[in-house]
Design a protein around this ligand. Structure first.
Ligand code: PPS
Length: 343
């Protein structure tokens, strides 16, 4: 029988040890490190939130990304000031909690403006809680997904030339900054801690900006001087905000992305998804909507899905079925990556 050279045996042993160690790294160490990282991040968040001494005057503008956050920031700014456009970026008048304040160790109590207005994309469980006012903006999930895709193409490394279908699947899995849209929306609409939340639909603002603005003003305890109304409506219009794009786009507060193909104030349409998404994906989304958002049998989630159009009327908090709650808790563990670093 021919002898196998020792070098070969040695080589084979080293090879299999390396691949065993790689498998252990992939299957055990990496997930462990990620989980540990997640726990540290949660600890930091908890610490930050515990330091928050809420004030009834505080206003939080909260959304899942691409749901009309900037529009709401502009509405609140126009309502709470003389509306001058002398700010360099909207972030200077209502800073982004997790991208501008937290990383610099700045607290809401460090803000000097009155009222203190903060933007956040936090899930319900992560938001600093207090007696302030929380304006939660929601938008039909299909329009959110398409808008997020354009955002990803511009701001996320590696997405410039990837197709919408691929992004949509990633969106459905919640493997993007801020995780699952379904978990985000249902957590906020459920409002289990009974925060002072006003739900504002993107579709509602789009159908009748004046009524939407008045509803937000009422919620914030602001009386609109009739002389100011034309200015507020004009400055919150799509055309005006597009004209001042640099005061709203992400690159207003960081270097411009190399792959900017689409304006930040992009299209501003309701139902734009109908031109872009193929029916199979819409079907998947609708099924998930039925399971995750309508699990309670409550129709107030309807406007967010593919089938239904905006019917008008305010949205009240919604109880969820226990299965919807479990799904949300699982999705809530999605990595929290800043929208800016990834996009
Ligand atoms: S971000 O990056 O999460 O803060 O983005 P966000 O501001 O939430 O959402 C961006 C979308 O909002 C649209 N937008 C408007 N629509 C109508 N009227 C006005 N005034 C307005 N301002 C912003 C913006 O165009 C993005 O939607 P899409 O569908 O991409 O156009």
């Amino acid at each position: 029988m021919a002898r196998i050279p020792r070098r070969k045996i040695h080589g084979a042993l080293v090879g299999s040890t390396v691949s065993l160690l790689q498998s252990i790294e992939r299957a055990v160490l990496r997930p462990l490190v990620m989980r540990l990282h997640g726990k540290i991040e949660r600890g930091k968040l908890l610490q930050y939130n515990l330091a928050y001494e809420g004030s009834p005057g505080d206003i939080f503008v909260v959304t899942y990304p691409k749901s009309g956050t900037t529009w709401l920031q502009m509405i609140v700014y126009q309502l709470t000031s003389d509306g001058a456009m002398d700010f360099a970026h909207i972030d200077h008048v209502s800073p982004h909690l997790e991208e501008t304040l937290m990383p610099r160790g700045r607290h809401i109590s460090d803000l000097s403006g009155t009222p203190r207005v903060v933007k956040s994309h936090h899930h319900y469980r992560d938001i600093p809680k207090g007696p302030g006012k929380y304006i939660y903006g929601v938008r039909n999930g299909l329009d959110v997904a398409v808008s997020y895709y354009h955002h990803a193409r511009t701001y996320f490394p590696g997405w410039k030339n990837r197709p919408l279908n691929e992004f949509f699947e990633t969106f459905m899995k919640g493997h993007i900054p801020y995780g699952s849209w379904f978990a985000h929306v249902s957590g906020w609409l459920r409002n289990e801690d009974r925060l002072n939340v006003l739900i504002v639909h993107y579709e509602e603002l789009s159908a009748d900006l004046e009524t939407g603005v008045r509803r937000i003003a009422d919620f914030c305890g602001i009386t609109i001087d009739p002389a100011d109304l034309p200015r507020i409506l004009e400055r919150c219009s799509f055309a005006f905000m597009r004209e001042h794009e640099q005061k709203f786009a992400l690159e207003g507060r960081r270097p411009p992305p190399p792959a900017k193909t689409t304006p930040f104030i992009r299209q501003g349409k309701v139902g734009g998804w109908q031109q872009d998404l193929d029916p199979r994906l819409v079907g998947e989304f609708q099924k998930a909507c039925d399971e995750r958002l309508r699990g309670s049998g409550d129709d107030r989630f309807r406007v967010l899905s593919a089938r239904d159009a905006w019917q008008g009327g305010p949205t009240a908090p919604v109880p969820a079925s226990s299965s919807a709650r479990e799904l949300d808790a699982a999705a809530d563990d999605a990595p929290r990556v800043p929208l800016g670093s990834a996009g």
